[in-house]
Ligand binder design. Structure first.
Ligand code: GTP
Length: 299
């Protein structure tokens, strides 16, 4: 039997299991709160959220274990509530989905896996190799295209990414494609020319199609922990981010960063990846995620 997606996440499960140890305490006391604080920080939830949780437990004078579990569940759930996690793909038009993020976060492989996912859903995706900064990046996305059987529109190394996107839109229309996935460059996010490049790509989409990209997704490497917050902030100021992709969740017990990003930027996580296989990508399900994060109390 194939394990469920979240069951294939041993390290996040590791966090849930460690949290389970907390529920071995018989009541909420100082010792438990110290341990809980440590676990929350280690899961990369961030100091602010951790303090808020511990403070709230003390304020509410929570003493019972079931009450603690319910509070944690509701707390995490409330952070995720109120955002639309569904991918925005409109019928009867070409949807553009732009992938943004620093190098090495998993952008290119996410584009490949997402193309595969869409194809299986009956969409007709096409890819724009708009990371023209390195020849290797163009080759890499072309290989993904071959692997998943999806056309890749590319130009030479150093070509104008805006021109690549323009060509890709023309190709998508000519070939009756419905989703254009744009793989962008990710060199140093602090360099303003990258930010300008992203703005230009967005403008070209709007000008050519008459409407903005359906999704501007920031790709976040979950193993980087709190560092990602600064990365997201820079991209968030540059383009209108509509969501995030959380990659490499298989390599971390620090899934807590999800809550941090969502709370801080008010953007939903839309996709998660848990490995390097084609089917290691799926839409983010907030309920499923909180369930996997907070263990049931076994008293
Ligand atoms: N374990 C694991 N590895 C991943 C996952 N997603 C991507 N990777 C690996 O992370 C590395 C970087 O992924 P890329 O897709 O090349 O990342 P990128 O952001 O396009 O980076 P550049 O190619 O440097 O621009 C590759 O070795 C991927 O196989 C994931 O969900 N789990």
């Amino acid at each position: 039997m194939k394990l469920s997606f979240w069951d294939r996440l041993p390290k996040i499960k590791g966090f849930a299991e460690r949290l389970q140890n907390i529920f071995k305490f018989s009541r909420v006391d100082t010792e438990l709160l110290d341990e809980l604080e440590m676990e929350l920080i280690q899961s990369d939830l961030g100091i602010e959220l951790t303090n808020e949780i511990i403070g709230e437990i003390k304020k509410r004078k929570i003493s019972d274990m079931q009450e603690l579990r319910d509070f944690l569940f509701d707390f995490f759930k409330s952070i995720l509530d109120g955002l639309d996690y569904k991918l925005r793909l409109y019928d009867n038009r070409l949807n553009v989905v732009i992938f943004i993020g620093v190098n090495g976060t998993g952008k290119t492989s996410t584009v490949g896996k997402f193309a595969y996912y869409l194809k299986n859903l009956g969409y007709f995706p096409i890819i724009a190799a708009a990371d023209t900064f390195r020849a290797a990046a163009i080759d890499q996305i072309k290989r993904w295209g071959e692997r998943v059987g999806v056309d890749v529109v590319a130009q030479k190394e150093g070509a104008d990414p805006g021109a690549v996107v323009f060509n890709a839109i023309e190709a998508a229309k000519a070939r009756n494609k419905d989703v254009l996935l744009v793989d962008t460059a990710g060199r140093m996010h602090t360099k303003s020319n990258l930010v300008e490049e992203l703005k230009k790509i967005e403008k070209i989409v709007e000008k050519t199609l008459g409407y903005p990209p359906s999704e501007n997704l920031v790709v976040i490497d979950a193993t980087l922990g709190q560092n990602v917050v600064r990365q997201v902030e820079i991209f968030h100021n540059a383009v209108n981010l509509t969501g995030a992709v959380l990659t490499k969740l298989d390599g971390t017990a620090k899934g807590g960063v999800i809550f941090n990003v969502i709370k801080r930027f008010n953007i939903p996580v839309k996709l998660v990846t848990i490995g390097e296989e084609l089917d290691d990508l799926k839409p983010f399900d907030p309920n499923e995620f909180v369930e996997s994060f907070i263990p049931e109390v076994k008293i």
